[in-house]
Design a protein around this ligand. Structure first.
Ligand code: IMP
Ligand code: MG
Length: 177
C-alpha cells in the first residue's frame, strides 16, 4: 500500500516500518544504557504513542513500570494550542525517574503542558522519548532527550499517528500528498 486515502486527504508512504523499527531499537539501546540499575516509570501519552511504546518497551530490559495519560491538542491537521487532559496519571511518581513516551513533538505545547503537570508530583527526574520530532515547528526550550527520527513540518499519519482519528493502525508512516 503506497498510498492511502483518509477522508479528504491522500497520503503516500514516507517512512517504512523496517526503518522505523531500526530507529526504535536505537532509542531502546540508549535507554537500556542510561537506566541500567535504575527503575524508571514510563508514562505513555495516549493515543498516539501506543504503537511506539509497545515496540520500544519490548526492547527495554531495565526493571520498569508503565503508566498512561491521555491528552488531546490536535483537531484535524492543526495544533489547537490548548492541551486537554482527558485521562490523568494514576500512578505515584514522587521521587521517581520518569520517561515520557510521545508519538511526536511538534510545537511542544503538549510536552511542556505534560512536564508542568508531572513536575507537580515531584519526580526526581523527567526525560522525554519521542518517535518523531519536528525541530522547525518546535517553539519551546525543554530538551527532547530521545528522538527516534526528526521530520519536516508536513502532516504525517500511521504507526500511532492519526488524521481525525483514522490511520493509527498503519504499520508505516505516511505523509500528506
Ligand atoms: P504539539 O503540542 O504541537 O507538540 O503537538 C503534539 C501532538 O500533536 C502530538 O502528540 C500528536 O498527537 C499531534 N501531532 C503533531 N503533529 C502531528 C502529525 O504530523 N500527525 C499527527 N498528529 C500530529
Ligand atoms: Mg499525541
Amino acid at each position: 500500500m503506497d498510498k492511502v486515502q483518509i477522508k479528504d486527504k491522500s497520503f503516500r508512504k514516507h517512512i517504512f516500518c523496517d526503518a522505523i523499527h531500526e530507529k526504535v531499537l536505537k532509542v531502546a539501546d540508549r535507554i537500556n544504557e542510561d537506566y541500567k540499575k535504575k527503575n524508571p516509570v514510563f508514562v505513555v501519552v495516549l493515543n498516539g504513542a501506543f504503537m511506539f511504546a509497545s515496540d520500544l518497551l519490548k526492547k527495554v530490559n531495565v526493571a520498569c513500570e508503565i503508566a498512561f495519560v491521555k491528552v488531546a491538542s490536535y483537531e484535524g491537521t492543526k495544533s489547537t494550542g490548548s492541551v486537554k487532559s482527558l485521562i490523568g496519571l494514576n500512578h505515584n511518581i514522587n521521587n521517581r525517574e520518569v520517561v515520557i513516551i510521545e508519538d511526536i513533538v511538534d510545537t511542544g505545547e503538549t510536552i511542556v503542558a505534560l512536564l508542568d503537570q508531572l513536575s507537580r508530583q515531584s519526580p526526581s527526574q523527567i526525560k522525554i522519548a519521542t518517535l518523531l520530532f519536528k525541530p522547525k515547528a518546535y517553539t519551546k526550550d525543554a530538551p527532547i532527550d530521545y528522538v527516534a527520527m526528526e521530520v519536516g513540518n508536513e502532516f504525517l499519519v500511521g504507526y500511532g499517528l492519526d488524521y481525525d482519528g483514522f490511520g493509527r493502525n498503519l504499520e508505516d508512516i505516511y505523509i500528506v500528498d
